[in-house]
Design a protein around this ligand. Structure first.
Ligand code: UT7
Length: 322
């Protein structure tokens, strides 16, 4: 039986750090409000000219090193992103070129903050059905480019970054199961109204930036993370007490705490990075995973649940033995 397993992780954050105190100088907000409502203290912002593929390549290089493979070993590159470098080609193709690779398949997945879990689902099935032996899965975002910096209700929430994993074929169980869902009826609660097909009006009034009904999204996020966790544990006959780690999407500390409470996971077994990085959408889960692997919290053989929620709405999970 062929399974897929994470053999290396990597991540990257742009150099520039913007603290809540920095934001106090440019909009009517406060460090206290942002920390109380979200848990966020700071976020990283890409430099002018630094693109999603640049962030993705740094994270990918670390993951490739950690897995001890060569770029030429990669059979498929999947990039989860909401902020591609260009409308086309796929950012995955740009990443492929920048890594010095050619020939393998490369495409993007767009499931907003759930993108990495969706990409992992595709990559795992690709390996298990014999499509390839080594897949590079990346979540990378430059959300700062689609944030309305005049809208304090959204601007304080997001950041830029990238995380990556190398997934490889193995006969030991790694990825145990993945679960993905969406419900397009709630599109307008969280979206960027403009797009290639609808036409562009690159102005604030024209809707070229993130718009969100925060309260409604908050409630949906907590419910979806709870239901996806239950579905995943029940589907695998795993009790919540068996889990070593929960790696949730990093949108808001209050959402993470509520999801952990419902799962009866003490916060000591939940990986939290939202304070340092804010919400990096598709990058948030692989970034948090890499940080916890590198600082020694997540160890080989441990049982880890990834849980995601994002615009669409989309939500999903992966249960894996690291
Ligand atoms: O990946 C999924 C993406 N999104 C999310 O997960 C976000 C989910 N939602 C949330 O995290 C929360 O709803 C927010 C953090 C966005 C907002 O927190 P809240 O507790 O729901 O606050 P609120 O929207 O009810 O706003 C409370 C007050 C309002 O003032 P009034 O009307 O009570 O006078 C806002 O205008 O806070 C005000 N406010 C701010 N004040 C200072 C909103 N944004 C800010 C701000 N600084 N940045």
């Amino acid at each position: 039986m062929t399974y897929s397993r994470i053999t290396g992780t990597g991540s990257y954050l742009p150099e520039k750090v913007v603290t809540n105190h920095d934001l106090e100088k440019t909009m009517e907000t406060s460090d206290q409000w942002i920390r109380d409502r979200t848990g966020i203290k700071r976020r990283h912002i890409a430099a002018d000219g630094e693109t999603t593929s640049d962030l993705a390549v740094h994270a990918a290089e670390q993951a490739i090193d950690a897995a001890g493979i060569k770029v030429d070993d990669i059979d498929l590159i999947v990039v989860a992103t909401t902020t591609p470098d260009k409308i086309f080609p796929a950012t995955a193709c740009t990443v492929q070129r920048k890594l010095g690779s050619s020939g393998c398949g490369a495409f993007d997945v767009q499931a907003v903050c759930s993108g990495f879990v969706y990409a992992l689902d595709v990559a795992d099935r690709h390996i298990r059905t014999g499509g390839g032996k080594t897949v590079l899965v990346i979540g990378a975002e430059t959300l700062s480019r689609i944030v309305d910096w005049e809208d304090r209700t959204t601007a304080v929430l997001f950041g830029d970054g990238a995380g990556a994993v190398i997934l490889q074929a193995t006969d030991e169980q790694g990825i145990i199961s993945t679960h993905i869902h969406s419900d397009g009826r709630h599109e307008e609660l969280l979206h960027v109204p403009q797009g290639a097909s609808q036409g562009y009006d690159q102005t604030r009034a024209g809707g070229a930036y993130i718009q969100m009904n925060g309260n409604a999204v908050f409630r949906k996020a907590v419910g979806a993370l709870d239901s996806i966790s239950r579905e995943t544990l029940a589907g695998n006959n795993v009790a919540h007490g068996d889990l070593d780690w929960l790696v949730p999407h990093q949108a808001n500390m209050r959402i993470i705490t509520a999801a952990a409470n419902k799962l009866r996971m003490p916060l000591e077994r939940v990986i939290v990075t939202v304070d340092e990085h804010a919400n990096t959408s598709a990058a948030s889960i692989p970034l948090a995973l890499d940080i916890a692997v590198r600082d020694g919290r997540i160890k080989r053989g441990q049982l880890v649940l990834l849980g995601a929620f994002g615009a669409g709405f989309t939500w999903g999970s992966a249960l894996l033995r690291y």
